[in-house]
Write a protein that binds this ligand. Sequence first.
Ligand SMILES: [Zn+2]
Length: 254
Amino acid sequence: MLDPQPVIEPPLLVHHKCHQCGFDLHGRQYGERCPECGTIIERLAPPWWNSESLARIARAAARAKWASLTLMLLPILGLLMAVTGMGRFFSGRGYVLIACAMLLLQVGVQAAAVETVARQPIGDARRRWLRGATVLRLCVFAAILAAVMVEVVVQVIVPDWIAITLYFSAPTAVVATDVVAMWVFRSLAREMRWRDTAWHEGATAIARGMLVFAGLLVIMPWCGWIFAPMIWAASLAQGFRALERFAKAGVAAQ
Ligand SMILES: [Zn+2]
């Protein structure tokens, strides 16, 4: 059976007030007159619902998706090194440095992508949530990076209380910021009453659950360290893919 095409319902289904008299124009058509004051209804779509903003959102989401997918290579590299004994050629320190570089790439690309979305006319509340999430996310990764650099490069042992606090709070904080971003992206699709195909909606719902699961799993030694980053990166990739699909469908509907 073929996937049904995603349906974009016309924006007039969104609650929108008449700019003259404030009458709720829910269910009205473009070009109709406001039943209250007679003003012609010109625009009902939210201000970010235009091909330019949507194209920017689609491109940013695609970049973040690829950066997240790239991050999935890292645990695979770690597993390969463990299984094949490649670790003899690569010191543990080498692996940590590769891991930090790849993580920085993802963090940077995701921060830039989320900021691109925040710069579109999506509303102040959404913008604040996205920027707040990005700032917290950057701070947490800066703290992790600083701790790793001090231990591995400078080779000074980070005090236990700092290491333990970071170990337990950093994954939760990062996952919380990702959940906030995904939630804002979802609110854009909801504002347009957009639904992807059942398959994609399902995959994205699973990804949201897996994101939270990864944040808990990563605390588990070894097993968590290997699998949680994979699950996390895959979930992020799916979340950004959902945003990319929505924005592309929006561009196509213009
Ligand atoms: Zn009116």
